[in-house]
Design a protein around this ligand. Structure first.
Ligand code: HEC
Length: 138
């Protein structure tokens, strides 16, 4: 089981490295430092891993015990193309934060998990559509 989880994580990381290339295509200057993820990218990758684990936890009928605290700092992470400074980006952060808080309160974790994925989708509908394939599996 542990081994399987590790393999799963490697797969996710592999998929993500492909995705980040897709995301960087709009800006050719980004190619040079393709391997250096922005603060926001790095957090997004952790969010994918957290969401996958959370989904598996709920599917097994278990409780999600914690949400990584640093996810609450989403709004202040520097993005590759300055998205973090844009009003549209900032306006969509609270939906995700509220969903995380709901998961932590343990009201209905399934409801708030679903809300968290909806928040990913709405922001990615505007910014960086590349990861939508990954998000749609969450
Ligand atoms: C408020 C807007 C917003 C929300 C909410 C959001 N994202 Fe993102 N995401 C972005 C932006 C902007 C980028 C591009 C970051 C960059 O290039 O610096 C990004 C990048 C990514 C990437 C690519 C990371 C990489 O390797 O470069 C993935 C994967 C991703 N997001 C998944 C998710 C998932 C999963 C969720 C929900 C759990 C989510 N995002 C929620 C805005 C958002």
């Amino acid at each position: 089981m542990k081994n399987n989880n590790r393999i799963l994580k490697y797969c996710i990381i592999l998929v993500l490295s492909i995705v980040s290339v897709a995301c960087g295509q709009t800006n050719t200057n980004q190619k040079a430092d393709m391997y250096e993820a922005s603060e926001l990218s790095a957090m997004m990758r952790e969010m994918v891993i957290f969401s996958k684990e959370a989904k598996a936890t709920l599917a097994a009928g278990d409780t999600i015990h914690e949400v990584p605290k640093h996810f609450y700092d989403l709004a202040t992470q520097t993005a590759t193309r300055g998205e973090h400074l844009e009003g549209a980006f900032l306006a969509m952060v609270p939906a995700y934060i509220q969903a995380l808080k709901g998961i932590e309160r343990r009201d209905s974790q399934q409801y708030y998990y679903d809300a968290s994925i909806l928040a990913c989708k709405s922001c990615h509908g505007v910014y960086c559509g590349g990861p939508l394939d990954v998000i749609n599996q969450l």
